[in-house]
Structure formats: C-alpha cells, structure tokens
Design a protein around this ligand. Structure first.
Ligand code: UDP
Length: 425
C-alpha cells in the first residue's frame, strides 16, 4: 500500500513527469448526490465537493479531462457547465429536483441509465465514483462499459454507525459489494486505509492513499489584525469553527467548553449552515445551550461563506476547533493549518493523520468538553506556542497539494487502464 507522499512535486515538475500514456484521456467522475457547483459548508455539500472540484481542476491542468456527472436539482443551472478548460459538470435529470439524500437510491437506476447514454456519446477511459451512492452506479457502469472503477467513499457507513449515526443497511451492503469489485479505493490517509482493511476486508493492494490538498495560493498565513478589521471582529480571542452544523461535527462540545475556558472574553465564531434532516434540531439544541450558559455575546453564527473567503476567517482566528465525532479527513483542519492557525481537534479518524499532536495543534479526547477547554487554555495562555504551531502547520500543509493528489490519481488510472479489471467475487 502506498503511504502519504512527503515530497513536494510542483505543478511544472509534475507536467514533466506525467506519463504520456495518460495525456488526452478523459475520466468520468460520478457525484450523484451533490455538485461541485454547490455552496460548501451546508446541506449535503462540504469537503467532498471541494475534493471533486480541486482534484478535477488539477487533473485538467495535467492534460486529463474530467466530466463530472451530478444529479440535476434545478433548471436554473445549464445542463453542462464548464468549470475550467477540460472540466465539465454534466447535470443528469433523475427524479424530482427536491429529493433528499435518503431518497436517492430510488432514482439511482434511472440516473445510471442516463449517465450511460451520455457516456455512449462522450466515452471515458476510467470512472471515479464519490460516496457510496455514486459507487453503486459506478459499479453498474463499470460492467456495462468494461471500464476501470476508482472509488473515494469520503465517509464509511460502518464508521458512521460506530460514531452513533443511523446508517441504512443498504449502504453497508452496497459498500461491501462495491469494494469487492472496485479496481482502486482511494483513502485519504493511513487511518481510513486501516478502516477499509479491518472493517471491509479491502485487499491492501487495491487501496491507494490520495491525501486531499489545499490551495496554497488562497489558504496562506496573513495578518490577523487586517483579517479581523475586514470581518469587523474586535480584539477578543477568536475560536473558529467552520463546517456543516450536524451532530457528527460535535459543535455542542465547543459550546460546552466555552464557559470553562479561563479567558472569559474568548468568543466562538461558527461559519456554516444546517445539514441533514436533523440539522434544524441540532441548531436549536445549540442555541438552547448558548442561552443556558448565557453565551449570547460570545457565540456568533455566520452563514456559509464562499470557499475563497474562508482564508480571512482562518487568519482572523487564534485557534480553529474541530470537535467532530468522526471525520474521514477534515479539510477544515488542513485549511486552518495552511493559514498558520493552530488546530484543536478530536482524536478521531482522519484527524489523527491530519493534525500533528503537539506540533501543528492538539488532539483531545472525543466529545470531552473539559479536555477541549483545557487544550484551549493551554494555547490561549501561550502565544509563542500558538505561533510555532501555526508555523509548523503551514509548513506541513505545503506538503498537501491537489497537484500531488492529481498525480496519485493519474498514476493509479494509468495502471488500471493497462491491466485486467477486478471482477465481482
Ligand atoms: N466550507 C466552505 N464554506 C463554508 C463552510 C465550509 O467552503 O462556509 C468548506 C471548507 O472550506 C472545507 C469543506 O467545506 O473545504 C468542509 O470539509 P471538511 O472535510 O472539513 O468536512 P465535510 O464537509 O467533508 O464533512
């Protein structure tokens, strides 16, 4: 199994080393339940959307075209949207526009049929499916067209169940079945790779580590003072949470930690929107806690922000909090680090790979607000420690580029195209 790549390959260097056999190929990217055109940080849109968009963009720069297939959810957006040269988002109508994620299995066959029609007209050399719903479709299309299938699950049903989420049995069955036939499964780090082998019996030689990246031209250190002035923030310490408001993200832990923090002026800024059928319930519960602890002047909810505006929020913050119950990677932790902001995260899942405990931030026990408050105190009381962690984080983030991710993906597709496909057991 390949491990996290540690050498930085610049875009130009990568172009030189790109295997000529892949240049001019086209990949069919399947993202049925959410589109890279959607606002991230709310609803079903988050890290997956950024991953799909950035990976496709980097692959296109290397001469590999990507057709990204999504389910059409409105007539306002044209059927085909060119994100950049070589990257097209193709919207395929299947079922009513307003369907929830849980309703999508019912329309996945019709979506698969229509994607197949489009693939007949615009052939691809390999398929890359994202999330289990698209993986199921990818599996059908693999057999129909005899194409290699790569899958990135982003989250795994068995892991979410362990974290206390109710996941349909169909999801677990489907993940097992797709894994039995996928030619490559991309994991975001060693922790996810281990989960794929221990919980799903994925053959290790079919797992590739594709570490998500961060766009360092946007996400970089900057003046905290200027960032706060731009955002109209005062000089109280800022703890930042960025992401979807759903139980799994553990925002309750951050709110419960706030009254325990020694510096009683510290504020919590939350950037993101409701997600999932329980999103509104989770939000009311958080609001009730804010009122219960009298934190109204210390907690601020800000609506989801366009991705390119987030660097200013990370730069304005003293600490980024990622108190998730479960996380396959946690792009937010990487983006904060890239901006030179130390991260305090739960010691779970991909965050174990993503945050270096004691170096780029602190990893604390899952869902323990007292430990979170202790960790925040430790960093707020030591500006030099925050500064050095920020520097370490930003240096480490430089090792995680989308160009590297694209290189891993392209090399994997290249190998798959030239070898026999895996067949269902
Ligand atoms: N995000 C954004 N705007 C927001 C909130 C979040 O663009 O208002 C982006 C954020 O920058 C990150 C992604 O959404 O790239 C969240 O990814 P992460 O892996 O942290 O969580 P996920 O959504 O995959 O659970």
């Amino acid at each position: 199994m390949s491990r996290i790549p540690w050498s930085v390959v610049t875009d130009t260097a990568f172009h030189r080393v790109l295997n000529g056999s892949m240049r001019g190929r086209r990949i069919g990217v399947l993202s049925m339940h959410t589109s890279p055109l959607d606002q991230a940080g709310t609803g079903d849109s988050g890290g997956l959307n950024i991953y799909v968009r950035e990976l496709a963009a980097s692959m296109a720069l290397s001469g590999i075209d990507c057709d990204i297939y999504v389910r059409r959810t409105s007539r306002e957006v044209p059927e085909i949207v060119e994100l950049q040269s070589g990257v097209n988002v193709i919207q395929i109508e299947a079922g009513p526009f307003g369907l929830e994620k849980n309703d999508l299995p019912a329309v996945s066959d019709i979506w698969a049929e229509k994607v197949a029609e489009s693939l007949g007209r615009r052939p691809v050399d390999a398929l890359h499916a994202h999330y289990w719903l698209s993986a199921v479709v990818g599996h059908q299309l693999k057999h129909k067209f005899d194409l290699p299938l790569a899958v990135t699950f982003h989250t795994l049903g068995k892991i979410k169940s362990i974290a206390g989420e109710h996941e349909p049995a169909e999801r677990i069955r489907s993940e097992d079945s797709v894994i039995g036939c996928a030619d490559v499964v991309f994991a975001s780090g060693n922790v996810e790779a281990d989960q794929l082998t221990s919980l799903y019996d994925t053959p290790p030689n079919r797992i590739e580590i594709l570490t998500p990246g961060v766009d360092r031209s946007l996400f970089k250190p900057g003046s905290q003072k200027e960032a706060r002035a731009l955002l109209g923030m005062d000089d109280r310490p800022v703890l930042l949470f960025v992401g979807r408001i759903q139980a799994l993200k553990g925002l309750d832990v951050a709110i419960e930690a706030l009254p325990l923090i020694q510096n009683s002026s510290a504020q919590l800024v939350v950037v993101g929107g409701l997600s999932g059928d329980k999103g509104a319930e989770v939000y009311s519960d958080l609001e009730a806690r804010v009122t219960l602890y009298g934190l109204q002047s210390r907690v601020r909810f800000i609506e989801p922000q366009p991705h390119h505006l987030l660097p200013t929020y990370y730069q304005a913050a003293d600490i980024c909090l990622v108190p998730s119950r479960s996380e396959s990677f946690g792009l937010v932790a990487l983006e904060a680090a890239a901006c030179g902001t130390p991260v305090i995260a739960s010691d779970v899942g991909g965050l174990k790979d993503n945050v270096l405990n004691g170096s780029t931030g602190l990893l604390v026990n899952e869902r323990d607000h007292k430990s979170f408050a202790g960790a925040v105190d430790k960093l707020l009381l030591q500006p030099e420690l925050r500064h050095s962690m920020g520097q370490n984080g930003s240096q480490r983030a430089a090792l995680h580029s989308w160009e590297m991710g694209a290189k891993t993906a392209i090399e994997a597709y290249g190998r798959l195209i030239s070898r026999e496909l895996v067949f269902c057991a």
